[in-house]
Design a protein around this ligand. Structure first.
Ligand code: BDR
Ligand code: CA
Length: 326
């Protein structure tokens, strides 16, 4: 029986590829797509999810729009990676339908209740919708969450933090402390799974051509910023972890989110060597490596259009301390 998933995303080139991968995987049943502000504004990420679904004729897949900004921080979009539309590259027509008339958090809750928790949310954007789900619908708890976000000891938006967690660290802190089995597919995994020319050469048909166009745009950022000949397709790795669990080896470790320091905002503190004093802590699955790894090449800082190291955000909350924290 296919695994039921809910894709909570912010398309976004790799989100779009994750969505296409999920819909093409016989191992998965996509119950719906929810959108969040992240790579671009909510309006654009929602339009992009629908544009991708329109392109493959999947108007049967429900789309619900969610949070248009982080819980407490100022909104920030990654136009420097994904372009002004959030999906620059292919020439996709405007969306042919509106999203559902209800909030993503309510839609997620409804689906989770209907399946008595036997559904896997796969968040591939900031965790705002999932945090709202947990806060507003405490009775609607999925058995597990498999997310793309965070990293063991590296960052992409700052030296300390990965984009999805950095955008809304308070939401991430709530999700990681929420008592749910969380699998974290971080940059330490996705930076080793580059999609390059030789993979692109295998893409076929009009969908393959569209993905090639997405990767051409996305790849130009990774070439300039990292000196790579391919792109990490971050979000698709989270989807692939659900369809092919053996693809990424995971370990149970405590993970806590830095919501307190400005310098390390959004850092995922992974207790890799079990240094935290509490022995009763529950922990999360953290990805270690995809089976086909490629060593990362040199990092070259991108001088222009870089995100602010310091943000003007205020109002961060204290880390939620529970027995799940590290
Ligand atoms: C994550 O940030 C976004 O830009 C990508 O879509 C991915 O979800 C990688 O840090
Ligand atoms: Ca994303």
């Amino acid at each position: 029986m296919p695994t039921a998933i809910l894709l909570d995303c912010d398309p976004g080139h790799d989100d779009a590829i994750a969505l296409l991968l999920a819909l093409a995987s016989p191992e998965l049943e996509v119950l719906g797509v929810t959108t969040v502000a992240g790579n671009q504004t909510l309006e654009k990420t929602t339009a992009n999810a629908i544009r991708v679904l329109d392109f493959i004729g999947r108007d049967d897949v429900p789309v619900a729009a969610g949070a248009d900004r982080p819980l407490t921080r100022d909104p920030f979009v990654a136009a420097y990676v994904h372009g002004e539309t959030g999906l620059d590259g292919p020439d996709l027509p405007p969306p042919q339908r509106d999203p559902l008339g209800r909030h993503a958090a309510d839609f997620l809750a409804e689906q989770i209740r209907e399946r008595k928790g036997a559904v896997t949310p796969v968040p591939t954007g900031p965790l705002t919708n999932v945090a709202l789900l947990l806060a507003l619908h405490p009775d609607a708890r999925p058995e597990r969450i498999v997310l793309m976000g965070g990293a063991i000891a590296e960052g992409n938006v700052t030296p300390a933090a990965e984009f999805n967690i950095w955008c809304d660290p308070e939401a991430a802190a709530r999700v990681f402390a929420g008592g749910i089995d969380v699998t974290m597919i971080g940059l330490d995994v996705t930076h080793k799974a580059l999609f390059g020319e030789r993979h692109a050469a295998k893409l076929e048909g009009r969908v393959g051509e569209m993905v090639r166009e997405l990767l051409a745009f996305y790849g130009s950022f990774h070439r300039e910023a990292y000196g790579w000949d391919g792109s990490p397709i971050h979000d698709a790795v989270a989807v692939a972890k659900v369809s092919h669990p053996q693809l990424v080896e995971t370990k149970h470790r405590g993970v806590k989110i830095d919501t307190e320091s400005e310098l390390s905002r959004g850092r995922t503190l992974v207790d890799l060597w079990r240094r935290a004093p509490s022995s009763s802590q529950r922990s999360h699955h953290t990805g270690r490596s995809p089976s086909r790894m490629r060593p990362a090449r040199r990092f070259r800082a991108r001088r222009r259009r870089r995100p602010p190291w310091r943000s003007s955000a205020a109002g961060s909350t204290q880390c939620v301390r529970t027995r799940r924290s590290c």
